[in-house]
Design a protein around this ligand. Structure first.
Ligand SMILES: Nc1nc2c(ncn2[C@@H]2O[C@H](COP(=O)(O)OP(=O)(O)OP(=O)(O)O)[C@@H](O)[C@H]2O)c(=O)[nH]1
Ligand SMILES: [Mg+2]
Length: 195
């Protein structure tokens, strides 16, 4: 649930990047951090293992302008993708306003993508959320790799309901802001609808 602070005139929204291990969630946040001017971003916090895998989450607060005199603050989180960190993923989904599913385009990660999106559905449902009703976009990452599966194949498996989708290469930044903007827009639309 977004948090509206009337006294400071701020709207706080929580966006979660979800997806299988090594799909590029942390890389998305790092790119956003590197391209955002200091007055718009807070400190990026990462809790990582020695091998740079996300241990609990990465966190980046971003100020994304104003709506109707309210400052909008987006709190970006990534989950740890490794299968055995499910408890962390559940915790991080609490209070979520919008989800970006980052798929790893590599053909050999197809099964991991499917498992992860299923895990997302299950963990959201446990908390009374329905992925179909939540602001939700999909990013097909690692499009630069030669072993990337054809887009139609990924689409067929991961996006049957045709939510907004983006091709990306998070290491160079292609598609990173397009993906973020799309989910932010969907979250704000939902806010206006609910208010
Ligand atoms: N070629 C290529 N490599 C990428 C891309 N995005 C991320 N990587 C690389 O993939 C590896 C894993 O990226 P991370 O961002 O750490 O992945 P993650 O999803 O945060 O992984 P976990 O924290 O374990 O869940 C890193 O070596 C990145 O540099 C991409 O678009 N193309
Ligand atoms: Mg990570």
């Amino acid at each position: 649930m977004s948090f509206i602070n009337y006294s400071s005139r701020e709207i706080n929204c929580k966006i979660v990047y979800y997806g299988p291990g090594l799909c590029g969630k942390t890389t998305n946040l790092q790119f956003i951090y590197s391209k955002t001017s200091p007055e718009l971003k807070g400190k990026m916090i990462s809790l990582a293992t020695e091998t740079e895998r996300t241990l609990f989450f990465d966190f980046l607060p971003l100020a994304l302008g104003q709506i109707r005199g309210f400052k909008t603050r987006f709190h970006l989180y990534t989950v740890p993708g490794q299968v055995f960190y499910d408890a962390s993923r559940k915790l991080i989904l609490k209070g979520v306003d919008g989800v970006i599913f980052v798929a790893d385009s590599q053909i050999e990660r197809m099964e991991a993508n499917e498992e992860s999106i299923e895990n997302l559905r299950t963990n959201l449902a446990e908390q009374g959320y329905n992925l179909e009703k939540l602001p939700f976009v999909i990013q097909y990452n690692k499009r630069d790799l030669p072993n990337a599966a054809p887009l139609d194949q990924l689409r067929g498996v991961l996006n049957p309901t045709k939510v907004p989708e983006f091709e990306a290469c998070a290491t160079s930044g292609v598609g990173v802001f397009d993906t973020l903007k799309a989910v932010a827009k969907a979250v704000l639309t939902e806010l206006k609808r609910g208010s």
